[in-house]
Write a protein that binds this ligand. Sequence first.
Ligand SMILES: [Zn+2]
Length: 268
Amino acid sequence: MDFKLFGKVIIRSELEVKTGMRIGGTTGGLKIGGLDLNVITDPLGRPYIPGSSLKGKLRALIERTEAANNPNFWNEPETKPEKHLCQDEASYSRCPVCKIWGILGKEGFGVPTLTRLIVRDSYLDSSSITEEMKQNLELDWTEVKSETAINRITGTALHKSLRQVERVPAGAKFKDVELIYNVYEDADKDILIKVFQAMELLEQDYLGGMGSRGYGRITFKNVEVFWNTKKDYEDGNIDLKPERAINPGLDTPAKIIANYDALRQKLV
Ligand SMILES: [Zn+2]
């Protein structure tokens, strides 16, 4: 089968932080500013959301729903966290998860295993951290919370376990969240709905760490969906002006899912 690109669906959105969010950075063993757990930052020292973190979380969430319908979905059900990766061509050919999110590291199915979804890094909208918010922040863009590590069995705090945890404050917004979805075959236009479903699942879950303590609730806002065909690219006719969005009035993942057929029909 000959695979060629039909076009790209570009999903743009803002992401608003509803409860303090912590996507971990690396301190290289050093405590930065006395913090035990810091957030990942861009070269300007502002928190950002790596595309790989967002993409991985979306995959994990959609995997859970797929597994609910298919008990054989997990490769190794005993291991936690559960992981899924198709092991043969037959299952791959009907697996939206591996088609969309990719199957890196596996070869030899005899079919091209192309990754449909690319997720860009998204950066803090610094204007979303208002002067009023800044007065309550311990650091320039982030807050610091003390958290105790809990003994999972007894439910009590571990001795000397207080940690300084950095997090992005509620109300922060990340702009230019961008998901790029390559369409290689007609069926890709149908399984695209899984991307919006994963986004909606994320709004009911959490992004980053310490979700069990209520961290990382987020919401997608002002979602815009664009469709650029291969010809648009060849003609240099790519623009992402709001009037070219194919989802007028459907600015959240939930609204898009509820009206997916209307959006699907525009992918021609
Ligand atoms: Zn799969």
